[in-house]
Design a protein around this ligand. Sequence first.
Ligand code: C5P
Length: 230
Amino acid sequence: LREQDLAGRHVVISAGGTREALDPVRYLGNRSTGRQGVALAEAAAARGARVSLVAAGVETSLLPRHPRITVTAVESATELAAEVRAAGSDADAIVMAAAVADYRPAGRLGHKLKKQASAATRGIELVENPDILASLVAERPVAGQVIVGFAAETGDEAGSVLDHGRAKARRKGADLLAVNEVGTARGFGDVPNSVTILDATGDVLATASGSKADVAHALLDAVSVRFPTA
Ligand code: C5P
């Protein structure tokens, strides 16, 4: 199957974690390193795809170098949305592996916030970022385009990782949702990953664990079988 099964396909992948600026030196961010998204880009390119990798806050040394991978570096969710939309307009698949901030500071200060006027005493006003994945699903720019989301979950009193994943799959409506448990030594960083791949109804299609490359290939298998055959 694998070989060059993605030859001629254009795959857009978002990776990393967005950074929402508070002032010129500070941002609100998250622990995503971008490794899973980078592994997806490399795996897709190895299988013949042309890849647009939209990398949010990914360390330069982690970025892939491959003739079929175009990397665009971004910071905020707003920038990421614009780049994913632009690249996605002719894409066969869009994989939203990036951890996107749900909120951003209401205003970005032009100067460094002074300690005396710090957020500790003032509070930080936040506004909601649009859900990029949900709007891609709603707009679906290309017929037959496969749209994939990620859900980093932790289990809690309200339910297991898979319970939360299933609910999210139905809510987001992406064709595929890769659910992974995050927390201590799982999910984020240079560690093995383990995901459950759900369809839009929340049904389990596959599970994959191992290196981030193994997980990437398993997810691309699930994408590849959804492509209409010529
Ligand atoms: O709801 P949650 O943030 O867990 O959903 C995660 C999925 O939604 C990821 O695929 C992420 O890239 C995407 N997302 C998005 N826009 C947001 C928040 C999350 O596209 N504002």
